[in-house]
Design a protein around this ligand. Sequence first.
Ligand SMILES: Nc1ncnc2c1ncn2[C@@H]1O[C@H](COP(=O)(O)OP(=O)(O)O)[C@@H](O)[C@H]1O
Ligand SMILES: CC(C)(COP(=O)(O)O)[C@@H](O)C(=O)NCCC(=O)O
Length: 545
Amino acid sequence: MKVPAKDSKYSVNLKIFKLHNYSIAPKICGGSDKKSPSPTNGTAPAVLTKRNSWRASWKFSAAKQQQKQQLADSTQQPEYECDAELPADKRNHLDSNNDSSTATDNRSQHWADALERVSTSSNVECENGRTAQQLSGELDEFMSMPWFGMDIGGTLTKLVYFEPKDITPDEQDQEAEILRNIRRYLTKNSAYGKTGHRDTHLQMDNVEIRKRRGSLHFIRFQTTDMSNFLLLAKQKGMAELVTTVCATGGGAFKFENEFRQQVNMKLAKFDELDTLIKGILFAEVQNPTECYFYENARDIMKSEKRAFDFSKPYPFILVNVGSGVSILAVYGPDNYKRVSGTSLGGGTFLGLCCLLTGCNSFEEAIQLATKGDNRKVDKLVRDIYGGDYDRFGLTGDLVASSFGQMHIKDKRSSVSREDLANATLVTITNNIGSIARMCALNEKMDKVVFVGNFLRVNPISMKLLAYAMEFWSNGTLKALFLEHEGYFGALGCLLQFNGEIAAALNETAETSQQTQKSETTADTFSNTINSTTSPHSNNTNNSDS
Ligand SMILES: Nc1ncnc2c1ncn2[C@@H]1O[C@H](COP(=O)(O)OP(=O)(O)O)[C@@H](O)[C@H]1O
Ligand SMILES: CC(C)(COP(=O)(O)O)[C@@H](O)C(=O)NCCC(=O)O
């Protein structure tokens, strides 16, 4: 892992992070502690039941329990192969959860099932009418290189690519030229097409995945650039490789057909919150300095990044700040619920900033915010009270009302783009901090982990969040951050083991069968409508993909 670059990244940013002359840092959570503001956009807690359909997908072999057990005994367990290599304390960490050992047993059992199925009768029919031979083909196809994990988000698509470093000369001779070219293209460049970037400072080396050793590369591009990405992938010969890619995020559903049609790629789809957690746990095990916090968080002028030992993580609140925000309470590797969310997220910051300042990129928005002063835009407690509101501990420096001065014409004409960018960033960050804190209180948890690309090159928000958690909880809550920020969903996808892959493929087949069925029904229905009534469009599916 190329660790040193991390610090340089942050030190560069901190140099340009112009701090206001606060003796007390600005208030994160608008409103009194006693009278917590209601989360305007927070969704009602929705308990997410962990998707376990992969278990069902293996049901057919349950009858051969004895045979399976023998096979399981003689088969090495491949899931979390890295786990097998881990020092005992790390293994414990992965297994420390209440139901993780069961999950591990299930994994090895299902892997045994898979092996059994592909190594015995090829004509046993499984779900979706596919034979073991077909399923075996699909697993082979998945196992063949290149290995990607993809998270197609509302704003950014994240791609994690595994570069094998243990290729034998024989293998090299046999490696298809296309595959070699793709590997070279991805690993020798750091910019791709119009918006593609490889975050070289995040590269993980000497990683073992499915018994192969190599490096993980972290690449991102704008989701709006998907058609160019597919074109590029086609030009590089991807369509000629039979490939299944593990994908997550809304775009895995939205763009599934394009992938199939344009680059002959199947998507094995996974839930974005499942993979998010898997990715986080893997990164923490691989990189001892993955997790950090801000020391002296109460004084933003002095707060500094420090490594945090996250080897015993549970329980914790996980706040994923992407385009929107999802908040989870995580009890163990396979045990979590989505407790809240808000539509006021990274996408809101970027959208509002573009509107208010005319900027054109996230990087530009952050640069502007770094040079601005929210106090010229917001209404502070002292603008209302003339000083502190002592009774409830609200100091004059705190933001009483975000953008609260902007109804005054003179104030409006004196603010700069930088001030507006800063106020937008502080507003969005405050709101996320406030909701996250309430979730932590509700769940009685003391660690709040913030991830998502909103935090990319954004120490202002991280320091504000660290301040908010610390100050408003009287030091009982701790804000934690992770180096690979927005890549955990894609990383978790890459790590999916074969049982889950098979289930995801089954689901894909199931969905496409259902889609075909409903398309047929819809066609019949719309034909009936069209032929009998009006020329109105029958297309209620607004997908623009
Ligand atoms: N280069 C970038 N382009 C656009 N947004 C960026 C960029 N870097 C960071 N961001 C921020 O990250 C957010 C997207 O975060 P991400 O975790 O990738 O979510 P999603 O999965 O919804 O795309 C954006 O809304 C924006 O605030
Ligand atoms: C719908 C989403 C899960 C999509 O994830 P994203 O691409 O934003 O990372 C997320 O945007 C979200 O949780 N939005 C907030 C919805 C709400 O709770 O109000």
